[in-house]
Design a binder for this molecule. Structure first.
Ligand SMILES: [Mg+2]
Length: 255
C-alpha cells in the first residue's frame, strides 16, 4: 500500500442518507513526519474554521484572557485576578450562545469598546504557519473554499483586513448569518441551506472538537482536527479525530 491508499484511520463519519457508506480519513500522526493524507478526488468543498485553524488563536487567547481583563481591571479598580475571574464567569454565562462571540454584546456588557481594541492589537493577528500556502494550493486544485467561523462579523472584518484572508477563499460565513454556533446541531442544516454543499464530498477542519462532533453527527464525510491552534502553545492532538499540526500535511494525497 502506498501513502495515498493506506487506510489506517479511526475517524469515520456516518453519512446522513447512506448509513452503510463510510469515508475514512487517515490518522494523521503527530510525530515523526507522517505522510498520511487525504484523497482529494473525494472532495469538492473545503470548509474551514478561522481562528485556531487558519489564523493564530494566540490573538484571541491573549485578547480575552489577558488584555480585556487588564483593561477591565483598570476601569473597575480591580486586581487583574479579580477582573479576570469576573470576565471568565461572564464568558461562561453565555457559552454556546451567539452572544459568546458577539463583540457588540461584549462591548455593551463590559463597558469597553472591544472592536476598537481589536484594531489596536491587530499587529497580533496573522496566519498560522502553512495556512496561506494551503489555501493557495487548495484553490489551485479547483476546490471551493468556505470559511465557517463562530466569530462575529466585526472580528472577521478586522482579521480579514489584516491578513487578506478574503482573497484566498470563496466566502466567509459567520455564525450570525447561520443563526447558531457551530457546536449546535441546528448549525449544519441551516448552513447547508445558506451555502449549499454535498456533505459526502466535503472536508471540514476545525480546532474545536465540539464543532467537529456536530459536523460528524450531521454527516460531513471528511473531518480533520487542527492541533496547533496557537503559535504560543504546543499542539494538542485529538483522540477522536484525525489531527494535524499543519494543514500542509493534508496536501500529499491523491488528487
Ligand atoms: Mg477555531
Amino acid at each position: 500500500m502506498d501513502g495515498n491508499t493506506a487506510i489506517s484511520g479511526k475517524t469515520t463519519a456516518r453519512l446522513p442518507h447512506a448509513a452503510s457508506i463510510y469515508f475514512v480519513v487517515m490518522t494523521l500522526h503527530a510525530a515523526g513526519g507522517s505522510r498520511d493524507s487525504l484523497d482529494w478526488t473525494m472532495i469538492d468543498d473545503v470548509l474551514l474554521d478561522m481562528d485556531g485553524t487558519l489564523l493564530d488563536r494566540h490573538f484571541d487567547n491573549f485578547f480575552f484572557e489577558e488584555e480585556l481583563p487588564r483593561r477591565y481591571a483598570a476601569m473597575k479598580g480591580l486586581s487583574f485576578e479579580a477582573a479576570r475571574a469576573q470576565l471568565m464567569a461572564m464568558y461562561r454565562s453565555v457559552e454556546g450562545e451567539l452572544a459568546w462571540t458577539d463583540l457588540q454584546y461584549w462591548s455593551d456588557r463590559v463597558g469597553l469598546d472591544v472592536v476598537a481594541m481589536h484594531h489596536e492589537l491587530d499587529h497580533m493577528i496573522g496566519f498560522l504557519p502553512g495556512a496561506e500556502g494551503f489555501l493557495k494550493e487548495v484553490r489551485a486544485r479547483g476546490k471551493r473554499i468556505i470559511v465557517l467561523t463562530n466569530a462575529h462579523r466585526a472580528g472577521v472584518a478586522v482579521k480579514s483586513a489584516k491578513t487578506g484572508l478574503g482573497r484566498y477563499v470563496d466566502r466567509i460565513v459567520d455564525a450570525f448569518e447561520v443563526g447558531y454556533l457551530k457546536t449546535r446541531s441546528e448549525y449544519w442544516p441551516a448552513c447547508r441551506r445558506l451555502i449549499g454543499f454535498d456533505p459526502t464530498r466535503s472536508l471540514y477542519i476545525d480546532d474545536d472538537e465540539g464543532c467537529l462532533d456536530a459536523a460528524r453527527q450531521y454527516g460531513i464525510a471528511t473531518i480533520v482536527h487542527s492541533a496547533k491552534s496557537s503559535s504560543q502553545l504546543p499542539p494538542a492532538y485529538s483522540a477522536q479525530f484525525a489531527s494535524v499540526d499543519q494543514l500542509s500535511s493534508l496536501l500529499n494525497g491523491r488528487r
